[in-house]
Each structure stands twice: as structure tokens, then as C-alpha cells.
Write a protein that binds this ligand. Structure first.
Ligand code: NAD
Ligand code: DAU
Length: 337
């Protein structure tokens, strides 16, 4: 029997991960440790709240005593999803990013070491590798070259994880995944923002020329990757996960407009995100080879299901405690070009 401390379990990916594990492995119990920032939403796990193998603990990963107390609840393994995750917010104010992503990780690593956990999984991101030109892919050997305060804070956390594994023998692995999409994503990120705007016939802000490339993966495929890294990942190793599905932001926007039957006049080209990374593309052959991981969802099918989920879950969107995402882009690098 494993008892996982899943941090950030009320966010987008963490909530999908917890639902997936509870549904697929009877030998796993989950303690969801989350301080409920603007991105943390208890409604994301409303369907499992009474599950006998699930428990929610409100706590902050930067708080040493709260983390230690949670570890004492019989935790065998730690999966760290908790983070400030939105690049645009990190450009406005990097403070919370350094606090949660760097210091929070350090606090968790210390507690995991003291608690003698069997495995520590750090959920990181492909953004730590920086930006690609027209060719090539990020492999696990690509040097770290983070460009935003968000990715710099995630890279800092990754280095701490590697140092704790090397120095103290903490059995830690790192996962680095490309852009996720799917249900329960906070509607400040491209796909849920654009879908929820378009269903209300509102415009969508495309940054710069819209030619930046992202590699899209369904959130459940990322979750099975994190699970595989937890179960079979070798301490000290990094595993990349990606969708082998590169799209320019403009192409993706046009696809969303077509699928929703909306006119192209709803596109607004706005000022670019400062320091905007041009292209991400992940080589995930190592995870396929060494962890036996494979993607299950095609982009066409996953995107359609995701659009339908946002259309069917208007009450979930209406219930989000902060509404600043509705006007977010109007307040920053947002004036029309
Ligand atoms: P999210 O913003 O939706 O959720 C983050 C969660 O962490 C929220 O529930 C929030 O309340 C919680 N949290 C934040 N600060 C905390 C703190 N100090 N203590 C406890 N809980 C705290 O993020 P997401 O998109 O689900 O991303 C989860 C993880 O996956 C992050 O580490 C992110 O860097 C990584 N990641 C995300 C993507 C993506 O496309 N979204 C891709 C690769 C990696
Ligand atoms: O690559 C993994 C990363 O993907 C994760 O580590 C981050 O947590 C996650 O937020 C995501 O980062 P991005 O910056 O790539 O995601 P976002 O949805 O914010 O933007 C996707 C692309 O779309 C990016 O090139 C910026 C652009 N964009 C975004 C928004 C919100 C727009 O053109 N307009 C928008 O309004």
C-alpha cells in the first residue's frame, strides 16, 4: 500500500492525476496537500471528496511545520505538482514564483528526506530548456536555459532536486512535460481561455505574430507519465514527456474557431509576451523506452472532448473564485498592435 502526498492536487494537472490514480489503483491512498491559491479549486475534485482513500489537507509547501505534519500522516511517496504555473503572472510579479517553486520545493525535499520517503517526484516543465529554433528537440541532456521568471524558478527547483539526490541519496526523479490541455484547466491558459471566450462570442488575444510553436499533450497522458516515473523511474533521472504534436498558436486558434463555428474576426493580435519563447518540442523517446510509457490520446480527439467539456461545464467556470482572467490580457501587454 502506498500513501502519496500529492501537492497542488487542486490545480489542473494534480486534480486529474488524483482522479486517475484513485480510479485505477486500489493500493494507493492520496493526501492532497494544497493551499488553494487562485488556481486551486476544491470543485476540481468534488467527485472524489468522500472517497475512502482520499484526504484533503489545506497547507502551504513553503511552511515547514505544515509539510512535516502532513508527512507524518503515513506518507510513503511525494509527488510535487504545487507551483505558480502561469508565465504571464511571473512577468508581472516573480515573488510568489520564487517562494513556492524554489523555496517550497526545498522545504518539501527536506521533509521528504527526514520522512524517509520511497520516491520523490518533481513535476517540472519543458520550459526549463528555453526556446528552440526551427529544428531540433529538447532531450533530457539539453542544457537548462530558462527565459521567464516562471521557468527560472522551475529550473532552480530542478537543480535542488538533483542536488538532494546526489548529496543525500534522496530517491528523486524529475519529469519535464510540454503544454497540457484537458478538463479543469484554469481559463487563463490558451486553450481554456480561448474556448470560454469564443463560446461567449468574445475575442481571443493572440500574442505577437502567433507563430510561436507549442507541443500539446492531453493531461491524462501527462498523468500516466508522472505515474510511470513514480513507479519505475530511476532515482537521479529526468524523463521528458510530450505529445509529438507541434502547433503554432495561430493554427491552434484557427482550429478552435472552426470547431466552435466562430468567425476569424474574433482574433485580436495583441502585443507580444516579453521574452516569449518561440518554439518548444519534446523528444520523449527515453520515457517510452525506459518507462514503457505511451500516449493514448490523439490531439484531434482530445481537443474535441476538451471543448465539449468546457461547453458542458459552464457552472465550473462560473464558480471560479477569481474572475481576473476575464480581463487579464487587457491589463498588461495587451494593447492592439
Ligand atoms: P495550476 O496552476 O493549475 O495548479 C497549481 C496548484 O498548486 C493549485 O492547486 C495551487 O493552489 C497549488 N499551490 C500553489 N502554490 C502552493 C503552495 N505554496 N502550497 C501548496 N499548494 C500550492 O498548475 P498546473 O497547470 O496543474 O501545473 C502543475 C504542475 O505541472 C506545475 O508544477 C507546473 O509547473 C507543471 N507543468 C504544467 C504544465 C501545463 O501545461 N500546465 C506542463 C508541464 C509542467
Ligand atoms: O510548456 C509547458 C508550460 O506550458 C507549463 O510549464 C506552464 O505551466 C503552462 O502554463 C504552459 O506555458 P505556456 O506559456 O506555453 O502556456 P500558455 O497557455 O500561457 O500559452 C501558450 C501559448 O499561447 C504561448 O506561446 C503564449 C500564447 N498565448 C497565451 C495566452 C494565455 C496567447 O497568444 N494568448 C493568450 O492569451
Amino acid at each position: 500500500m502506498s500513501t502519496l502526498l500529492v501537492t497542488g492536487g487542486c490545480g489542473f494537472i494534480g486534480s486529474n492525476f488524483i482522479r486517475h490514480l484513485l480510479a485505477t489503483d486500489r493500493a494507493v491512498s492520496v493526501i492532497n496537500f494544497d493551499c488553494l491559491t487562485y488556481a486551486g479549486n476544491l470543485a476540481n475534485l468534488a467527485d472524489v471528496v468522500d472517497h475512502p482513500r482520499y484526504r484533503f489537507v489545506k497547507g502551504d509547501i513553503t511552511d515547514r511545520e505544515q509539510v512535516r505534519a502532513a508527512l507524518r500522516l503515513g506518507v510513503t511517496d511525494v509527488i510535487n505538482f504545487a507551483a505558480e504555473s502561469h508565465v504571464d503572472r511571473s512577468i508581472q510579479d516573480s515573488g510568489p514564483f520564487v517562494r513556492t517553486n524554489v523555496i517550497g520545493t526545498q522545504v518539501l525535499l527536506d521533509a521528504a528526506r527526514e520522512g524517509g520517503v520511497k520516491k520523490y517526484v518533481q513535476v517540472s516543465t519543458d520550459e526549463v530548456y528555453g526556446s528552440l529554433g526551427a529544428d531540433g528537440f529538447f532531450t533530457e541532456a539539453t542544457p537548462l536555459h530558462p527565459n521567464s521568471p516562471y521557468s527560472a524558478s522551475k529550473a532552480g527547483a530542478d537543480l535542488l532536486v538533483q542536488a538532494y539526490e546526489h548529496t543525500f541519496g534522496l530517491p528523486a526523479v524529475i519529469t519535464r512535460c510540454s503544454n497540457n490541455y484537458g478538463p479543469y484547466q484554469f481559463p487563463e491558459k490558451l486553450i481554456p481561455l480561448f474556448v470560454t471566450n469564443l463560446v461567449r462570442d468574445e475575442p481571443v488575444p493572440v500574442y505577437g505574430d502567433g507563430q510561436q510553436v507549442r507541443d500539446w499533450i492531453h493531461v491524462l497522458d501527462h498523468c500516466t507519465g508522472v505515474e510511470a516515473a513514480w513507479r519505475r523511474g530511476k532515482p537521479g533521472e529526468v524523463y521528458n514527456f510530450g505529445g509529438r504534436c507541434e502547433k503554432t498558436n495561430l493554427d491552434l486558434t484557427l482550429t478552435l474557431l472552426d470547431l466552435l463555428g466562430k468567425p476569424r474576426t474574433l482574433i485580436r493580435y495583441v502585443k507580444d509576451r516579453p521574452g516569449h519563447d518561440r518554439r518548444y518540442a519534446i523528444d520523449c523517446a527515453k520515457a517510452e523506452r525506459e518507462l514503457g510509457w505511451a500516449r493514448q490520446t490523439t490531439f484531434d480527439q482530445g481537443l474535441l472532448e476538451t471543448i465539449n467539456w468546457y461547453k458542458a461545464n459552464a457552472t465550473w467556470i462560473a464558480g471560479i473564485k477569481t474572475k481576473d482572467y476575464l480581463t487579464y490580457y487587457e491589463n498588461q501587454y495587451d494593447r492592439l498592435q
